[in-house]
Design a protein around this ligand. Structure first.
Ligand code: FE2
Ligand code: FE2
Length: 377
């Protein structure tokens, strides 16, 4: 018979739990367990770490490895049967909750011309970032949006939404990003299938852009009270142009280069309540300094090639690759080209960290702000 041990998390530091097992205490812990209770000092050091301890591991998902397998799913399952035909990013440290990193889910979805997924709504918040193809569209609460490569679109909490590819388009692949693990952890997940399976398009195509997409301008007498951005779609070209203009006018951040957040045009805040997103430009040859912060971040390379060092591990990336930075992991990014920009799309749970007052950030002070790179495993 194995004896239970209760003192595995002892720390001999003043103010921390440091109670050694004795036969009397072990018997006491047994009595407590029978009453569905336990002594805090047996677990306190484990459940209150000195600093965040992410279960997620840094991962680079190379698109050139994934793409053929994503395309294979087309011949294996229909969107009708699968609901959503998606290959999801399964972080080895977060398999139990199907997270790509932290409390964020992400997957690659493929759709062929003429295919359309059924309309549904959920209390999770979702976004899509278009990776390849032509003719993709999304309909959110009757607003239809046409989508091109590197466009970013929201399907917020509670909205009816569906997507497809026009019959005269090309096979499309996009990245989905959702807060499914977070919403499940909060035990607040709801899902509905649309009673008619599809929505009616109720407005002119791309009307959200016409209403809310003019920089510095707001339409007169048009109200909006929902807790997410009315501008559902953020196009690549104006985003890249804005980054280039900013790069010409500002140094940017030593940790992120030239970074702009996608915002709710009504208040300048994050696009949705639980998920924020950004696009950043790394100038040719730029090497950022390292920092770490709370929150989980998932990057997709929208343009160029380079590398990121995450907790000492170097990941070389190129266009369409996806990688994650877990909470409180040291990270720095570099553009490997001496002539071309590199751009990183990113989504994260930053709005949650900020609203819950849990955001912390720290710059690496040593070695000129750069990590020591560990030898490749
Ligand atoms: Fe959805
Ligand atoms: Fe960062």
């Amino acid at each position: 018979m194995t004896t239970m041990t209760y003192d595995a998390h002892r720390e001999s530091v003043a103010g921390r739990a440091d109670v050694e097992d004795t036969p009397e205490l072990v018997a006491y812990y047994g009595d407590l367990a029978r009453l569905k209770t336990a002594a805090l000092w047996t677990v306190a050091n484990k459940i209150e770490p000195w600093q965040p301890k992410s279960e997620s591991v840094p991962v680079l998902w190379r698109y050139r490895d994934l793409r053929e397998h994503v395309l294979r799913s087309v011949s294996l399952v229909t969107p009708e049967k699968a609901g959503r035909r998606v290959i999801y990013l399964d972080n080895p440290g977060r398999r139990e909750v199907a997270a790509a990193v932290g409390w964020l889910y992400s997957g690659l979805q493929v759709m062929h011309p003429g295919e359309a997924a059924s309309a549904h709504a959920h209390s999770t918040s979702a976004l899509r970032f278009i990776m390849e193809g032509r003719g993709a569209y999304t309909i959110v609460d009757g607003h239809k949006m046409t989508l091109g490569v590197n466009d970013f679109v929201l399907t917020p909490n509670g909205s009816w939404h569906e997507h497809g590819v026009e019959a005269d388009g090309l096979p499309c692949i996009w990245q989905d990003g959702l807060d499914i693990p977070l919403v499940n952890a909060l035990e607040a997940g709801f899902f509905k299938v649309h009673p008619d399976m599809h929505q009616q398009v109720a407005y002119p195509v791309d009307d959200s852009l016409a209403l809310w997409g003019a920089p510095g301008l707001r339409p007169h007498d048009v109200g909006w009270s929902k807790p997410y951005s009315p501008l559902f779609k953020y196009q690549w070209e104006p985003t890249y142009e804005a980054l280039k203009r900013l790069a010409a006018a500002s140094e940017g951040s030593p940790f992120d280069g030239v970074l702009m957040h996608y915002t709710n045009p009504l208040n300048g805040g994050h696009v949705m309540a639980t998920i924020g997103a950004s696009m950043q430009l790394l100038r040719p040859g730029f090497e950022s300094k390292a920092h770490r912060h709370t929150g989980s971040f998932l990057y997709q390379v929208a343009k160029g090639r380079g590398y990121s060092i995450i907790n000492g591990q170097r990941f070389d990336w190129q266009e369409r690759d996806i990688f994650c930075v877990p909470s409180w992991a040291w990270h720095e990014h570099a553009n490997a080209s001496a002539t071309e920009d590199a751009c990183l799309f990113c989504f994260s749970d930053l709005p949650v960290m900020e609203k819950l007052a849990l955001y912390r950030e720290e710059a690496l002070a040593d070695r000129g702000g750069h990590q020591t790179v560990l030898p490749a495993a």
